[in-house]
Design a protein around this ligand. Structure first.
Ligand code: SAM
Length: 254
């Protein structure tokens, strides 16, 4: 069950969800612990959960946003490296894609998977210098940050002028039929199958939480407004099957 307000003067990706953390300050620690406990299950679940389309879709969005060879990328909330891997396939330079994440267990898997530079840190306070990137990307992690504007301001700071912010996210479907189907699959079948395939109740808890944050998430308009308010222009959102959203914005001049 979601409460109405979590913080003052900043945009939360979703209201606080009762039972997970006691106050907004606990969100970062909760997310870090959750992904530390379930990191080993992330790639296997992702493979069947996305019905094999995850890599293709991530790469398609990166190309749509204009990523090309030679670009320098900061992938925030890199996780095990699923989005960074596709960025690397396009840029072709292992040193040009840097991953940031709060979870040391997710970073450890990314290190084995990709061998790119990785640094532990939060989206709201990136441990990176100003203007180091042509692209800042963030895949399926917006629902975990404490403050959208803080995360977007940090993305803007590390981007060079006119650099691109690309966000991939799953949002609550708007149409009734999609809502019913998504609820049955992502909210029902996926958590049960996660438990059955891993034998680990924590994998089920991860996927239950996943759906709860999706249905409670703020609408795309709020996310795009937060991007504009944080210094991005040409902000747009492309939606596939009423569920998968790809947000793109360019860093506005100071
Ligand atoms: C669902 S995974 C996404 C991984 C990857 N981007 C992908 O496309 O598969 C979410 C990741 O966000 C990380 N995370 C959660 N809150 C974060 C924060 N405030 N700052 C940075 N990383 C965060 C988690 O540790 C986890 O690795």
């Amino acid at each position: 069950m979601a409460s109405n307000h979590e913080g003052q003067g900043r945009t939360q990706p979703h209201p606080m969800i009762a039972g997970y953390y006691a106050n907004p300050a606990g969100r970062l620690t909760f997310a870090r612990d959750l992904f530390n406990r379930t990191a080993q299950h992330y790639d296997p679940i992702n493979r069947w959960f996305s019905l094999g389309t995850g890599a293709w879709y991530r790469r398609w969005c990166l190309k749509l946003a204009g990523l090309r060879s030679g670009h320098r990328v900061v992938d925030v909330a890199v996780g095990t490296g699923l989005l960074a891997r596709e960025a690397l396939a396009i840029t072709g330079d292992r040193r040009a894609v840097v991953g940031v994440d709060v979870s040391e267990a997710m970073l450890a898997i990314a290190r084995t998977n990709l061998g790119i530079p990785l640094v532990q840190g939060a989206a709201e306070a990136l441990p990176l210098a100003d203007s180091v990137a042509d692209f800042v990307t963030m895949g399926y992690a917006l629902r975990h940050v404490a403050d959208l504007e803080a995360a977007f301001r940090e993305a803007r700071r590390v981007l060079r002028p006119s650099g691109t912010l690309l966000l991939l996210e799953i949002s609550a479907p708007r149409r009734k039929l999609t809502r019913i189907l998504a609820s049955a699959y992502i909210g029902g079948l996926v958590p049960v199958l996660s438990l059955m395939t891993t034998g680990d109740p924590r994998a089920r808890a991860l996927m239950d939480y996943h759906w709860e944050t999706i249905v409670n998430s703020v609408p795309p308009d709020v996310i795009m407004q937060a991007m504009r308010d944080s210094g991005f222009r040409e902000v747009g959102c492309r939606t596939e099957i009423d569920l998968f959203r790809c947000y793109i914005g360019r860093k506005a001049d100071a």
